[in-house]
Write a protein that binds this ligand. Sequence first.
Ligand code: MG
Length: 424
Amino acid sequence: MERQSRRTILKSSWLPLAGMFGLPSISAAVQETSSPYRRPKLKITDVRTAEVRVHGYQVHVRVYTDQGIVGQGETTDASQGNVPLIRQFSRMLTGQDPLNIEAAFERIRTSGVFAGAQAGVYVTALTGIETALWDIAGKALGVPVYQLLGGKVRDRVRVYCDSGEREMIPGDERSKARIEEIQEMGFTAAKIDIDDARDTARMDRVNWTASNGEIEHMIAKIGFTRENYPKNFDLAVDMHARYDATTGKRVAKEVEPFKLMWLEEPVPAENIDAMREVRASTSTPICCGENLYMRWGFRELLEKRAADIIMPDFQKCGGLLEARKIADMAHAYYVPVAPHAVTSPIGMMATAHVCSVIPNFLVQEWHWIDSRDLWRNWVKEGEIIQKGFIPLPERPGIGVEMNEDAAKKAQVPGTPWFEPTRRG
Ligand code: MG
């Protein structure tokens, strides 16, 4: 009975995958090498990278195994310097079982405590690998990643549209057209930026204390955007962690009538007390955390009640399981999670898997409105956002595969494209 069900499960989950990798005997091979609890014995053989430039510089990661299963991950924002780090991590991973994800994560993290493993590029490089290991685990076991992270609490993930590079200019017809366009795409929430280094009312090139004129411009921009969206359309506003505490408090107070979904990083997130001071001064919800890493980066922020909403970037902050752990910590404080997300559909779908399993998920970012041709063609599955939501696929792993012809258009010139690691 046990044997029969094992065989049935493995066959049903592996056959489509075997076709995908062009390895007709893979199903049988995995059955041969499976342990009694139906788990294939795999070994990592290589880790390779490809570098692209879309929303800034980003690194795609592939982890290879001895049975033809390949996992993919993506890193963003703190990606500069990831490639040599990933090459270094690869040496720790080769020959290891890719399904022991927590062990791999801890081995790499703790081996780097004197080399920057607390935050930044080190953790971002680790994130790309961790994500790829989840993709492998899902493919090896024949289940979507969300199933391995606790199972879905929602079938689709709400996405908000970052309005992109086109500024929202009060009265401007192109800005109105962009607002229309975002609604036609089916989004129910959007974000705009109000920090402007070129604002004519800026008094100093370096200091970010906003003048009365600058604050007036910020309010006009929000007012114009707010009145052009319907009342029940949610609007978030980003200040990009540039301003001082006085400016942060002034703006948070003045935008109260707009009932924003949130005001993002009115001050930098590094000084938790300053963020808490801003939050305590206003009824506007404060969101922050796109530059914080792992559980330890969010601990004090949550303990001091310094934010209403947190926004870890799951393709940067430590990986998918780490994201789940951060979200669970936030849940204990009744704080919702709205992940920062600026990657290709591969990273976006990986993020969506986590968003589908955390009870306190609010909304996930999308930032490729100005790169839509690349966006639609980046993965073989095509457009992953349906009317403002990402439906979770039932395919094993992350559930999307790169369309190389499309993604290569964004390759950083002169960089390798998933070339095998040369050892010697
Ligand atoms: Mg931001």
